[in-house]
Write a protein that binds this ligand. Sequence first.
Ligand code: NAI
Length: 340
Amino acid sequence: STVRRGAAASSSHLSRRPFSSGPAPDRKVAILGAAGGIGQPLALLMKLNPLVSSLALYDIAGTPGVAADVSHINTRAQVVGYAGEEQLGKALEGSDVVIIPAGVPRKPGMTRDDLFNINAGIVKSLCTAISKYCPNALVNMISNPVNSTVPIASEVFRKAGTYDEKKLFGVTTLDVVRAKTFYAGKAKVPVADVNVPVVGGHAGITILPLFSQATPATNALSDEDIKGLTKRTQDGGTEVVEAKAGKGSATLSMAYAGALFADACLKGLNGDPDVVECSFVQSSITELPFFASKVRLGKNGVEEVLGLGSLSEYEKESLEILKPELKSSIEKGIKFAKEN
Ligand code: NAI
């Protein structure tokens, strides 16, 4: 059989082998805020991802325990925990993807913008370290308010001379996950088949699910149903914050969504074709400098920012209504990064 393998390896059909059959290349993923509510289940899910060869878990404290625990799982990724700022460089070095769920979550009655004062500074310092230790990594920003933290990151990288707009992503995948779940429930279609693009931003009315483009299409939903689904998607985070009654915001569903998005980034880096996810990125599809829409991922990160497609009248109106709020959140982030 050795001979036959050798013969096959030298034959030309090897170059036409399906992209998935080769060994997955080494990929390092770092999670910053890995001891938190999102960070821990996200660490678990990334440890289960066969595309990850090295998993760095960083937090200000608590990561040695999380890392020891997760490292016993018999999957490919080698796990190391890093605690405290003096270990941040080591955690980041060589990373292909950096996922950032560091910062405080909402309590009942809070908007995502209420988190700005604390999280803006955290994101700024972490991004400063990224520009120093792994300037080429894809950055998946989970810390809220995403509508501002992504612009902050862009400005920090720009100042450091490392900004590459293809490598910075606001993670809006949870909005897509929610839109799919709520649509499937209402339209009574199998949830695994459902696709719904979500555009705009990641806070309240800036979250705009495009149910007119949902598949499988249905005519079972009235305009009122669509409005209800839109509102539930926009308020999905608040639904969880209220149910947790002071104990934080979405962590498990967010970890799932974060793992899904990081997996898409890794697939793109590895050259898989047709990897498309919604994300909040630098964009020129509207007049706003950052906008969430479908994005094609590739070997350098963003391969192509896809357009909005055709919108219903309700979606067109909602798009115009969300722009001023999204614009001011973006400007707030840029202003913070410029002044601090
Ligand atoms: P958490 O409080 O449970 O965990 C946050 C972790 O960040 C803690 O372990 C903390 O020690 C760590 N941390 C704080 N400062 C740090 C620093 N300078 N460096 C590294 N780590 C640091 O909060 P949770 O629930 O995990 O949420 C984290 C963030 O994710 C919040 O900002 C929340 O609003 C956001 N979020 C975003 C979502 C999205 O869809 N993009 C959905 C849900 C939450």
